[in-house]
Ligand binder design. Structure first.
Ligand SMILES: Cc1cc2nc3c(=O)[nH]c(=O)nc-3n(C[C@H](O)[C@H](O)[C@H](O)COP(=O)(O)OP(=O)(O)OC[C@H]3O[C@@H](n4cnc5c(N)ncnc54)[C@H](O)[C@@H]3O)c2cc1C
Length: 115
């Protein structure tokens, strides 16, 4: 079997330069993985311009190396989540992951419409 690159790694990438000197910002996000970048994206939508810093490369951690499965739900199984956090919190967290999926689908639709 031949190894292939994931589509999100199969593009030329020029590493961002290191931060030089001093910079001030209302918000600094440490970590340019999916968590940091989606927080930054939300902030931009709200009119806040954050600085995102990463010790290595953008999406160089788990974000750029995962299986690419588009899943809903949290790490524990739903019955386990209910036991751990109670049914209300478990349901709220599960619903939040479904909402995130809808956001991503809408975003993907916008990108496809642009291209
Ligand atoms: C093998 C594998 C397969 C997976 N498959 C899936 C899947 O199919 N579907 C799915 O939904 N999820 C999957 N996941 C989980 C998913 O990839 C992660 O939950 C998600 O990418 C985590 O994103 P993150 O932004 O929190 O962390 P990361 O992507 O790890 O980003 C953290 C970033 O912070 C930087 N950083 C860390 N410490 C510092 C510091 N002190 N200063 C500056 N920068 C720092 C790192 O360099 C890194 O870039 C998988 C995970 C793995 C490991």
């Amino acid at each position: 079997m031949q190894a292939t690159a994931s589509i999100w790694l199969d593009e030329p990438y020029t590493p961002r330069p290191p931060l030089e000197g001093r910079l001030s910002s209302e918000i600094c996000i440490v970590g340019a993985g999916i968590a940091g970048l989606s927080a930054a994206w939300r902030m931009l939508e709200l009119g806040v311009r954050p600085v995102v810093l990463d010790a290595l490369t953008v999406a160089g951690g788990a974000t750029g190396r995962n299986g690419g499965f588009f899943m809903a739900g949290v790490a524990p199984r739903y019955d386990e989540a209910c036991r751990l956090w109670g049914p209300e919190v478990a349901a709220r967290r599960y619903r939040a992951t479904l909402d995130s999926q809808l956001d991503l689908l809408a975003f993907a639709g916008e990108v496809c419409a642009r291209d």
